[in-house]
Design a protein around this ligand. Structure first.
Ligand code: M6R
Length: 364
């Protein structure tokens, strides 16, 4: 049941500290910071390339992982949505790795893309929430997310558990490839082990975010901006809002603003800026200032450093815990989920069963 919560979606958002912890514990020993994945039937150090395929929110987890694998494990990564990838006839280097991310494990396009990668002689790893699913059955290695059943059509806890699993995979691959030393491995694993506690802190902003929803629910368009791993989070925030509140929302890489979308900005457009203090922070802030100069109402998501520096200039700021930028995507997912949820509740939509959508897309 929904417990004390009004909707499954809210219950599932609030389960995140626990289920991220469960998922991490299946790969990470917090006491030692050691990360152990199931054995991979290939030489991780020799992988020529990784291709990550998924749909919807699972695809945004793939995008975050691309930044991680490239930066931390120094391996070349391609990502695509399954419905495009399966028909592209992409040439693939023999012995590469295909990673398939799916909550349900039954998404038709993702499964078809897996079949294509198999033909192209790729090794296949699945990250799924349902271990007896089709995608799991057809993979060489299954990394299960321990999110538990996800009922709300809008994916929330499955996403952060996918990120937790991918982060463990990245650290393990980085070590195997000699891209990081033991001290760096410990540092990243330590940051990851603290995510459940930090996620619980983020949930304390629920009421502040509910108040902010009043500034959004009557708007026609909303923009989400971010750079680096904040970019897929911007896309995820926009997807969450559009699917349950039916407000038109778009996510953009901040640096793309001046290549077109800034023309949309006026006093009527709320702009959600995802800006942890990471290597991209200053650039994101300068894009945010361009938006504010045109009257855009900025809702600024950052940590204490970011909020102290520029929070006052924004329409509103939410101060999240300061964490290693590596794990920031797991935390910044939560305020965008809560914002979409509260806007949808104000609009009176069917939050758990939004119109036109199915939980599992088993047709093309
Ligand atoms: O079960 P899957 O992870 O393969 O599903 C993929 C998408 O259909 C799913 O993430 C969808 O985009 C959600 N409704 C997003 O909230």
């Amino acid at each position: 049941g929904k417990g004390n919560h009004r909707h499954f979606m809210l219950k599932e958002i609030f389960e995140q500290p626990a289920v991220i912890g469960d998922t991490l514990h299946s790969y990470l020993t917090p006491a030692t910071g050691e990360i152990v994945l199931p054995p991979m039937p290939f030489d991780v150090a020799a992988l020529p390339k990784i291709t990550i395929i998924a749909c919807g929110t699972s695809f945004y987890a793939a995008m975050v992982a691309k930044y991680w694998f490239e930066q931390v494990a120094r391996v070349s990564v391609e990502v695509d949505v399954a419905s495009e990838f399966r028909y592209r006839e992409a040439p693939m280097p023999e012995g590469g790795l295909g990673i398939f991310i799916s909550q349900s494990g039954e998404t038709a396009d993702t499964l078809a893309a897996l079949h294509y990668c198999r033909e192209q002689k790729q090794h296949i790893v699945a990250i799924v929430n349902v271990p007896e699913s089709s995608i799991a059955r057809e993979s060489d290695v299954v990394l299960q997310t321990l999110a538990g059943p996800e009922i709300g059509v809008a994916s929330t806890k499955a996403f952060t558990c996918q990120l937790a699993t991918l982060a463990c995979m990245v650290i393990s691959f980085a070590r195997a490839r000699g891209a990081i030393d033991e001290a760096e491995e410990d540092r990243l694993a330590f940051a990851l082990a603290h995510v459940p506690a930090m996620a619980a802190q983020v949930l304390n902003h629920d009421e502040a975010i509910r108040d902010l929803a009043h500034a959004i629910f009557e708007k026609r368009d909303v923009l989400y901006l971010g750079r680096g791993t904040g970019y897929p989070l911007a896309l995820e925030g926009a997807l969450k809002l559009k699917e349950i509140s039916y407000i038109h929302a778009e996510g953009y890489a901040s640096g793309e603003m001046k290549h077109g979308p800034i023309a949309l900005i006026d006093e009527e457009v709320p702009v959600i800026v995802i800006a942890p203090t990471d290597r991209w922070f200053d650039k994101t802030v300068s894009n945010m200032r361009e938006v504010m100069a045109r009257g855009g109402k900025v809702i600024f998501l950052s940590d204490v450093t970011g909020v102290d520096a520029v929070g006052e200039d924004a329409f509103a700021a939410i101060e999240l815990p300061s964490v290693d930028p590596f794990v920031a995507p797991l935390l910044y997912a939560i305020p965008v989920q809560l914002l979409a949820y509260h806007v949808a509740v104000l609009k009176g939509t069917d939050v758990d069963q939004p119109r036109n959508l199915a939980k599992s897309v088993t047709v093309e």
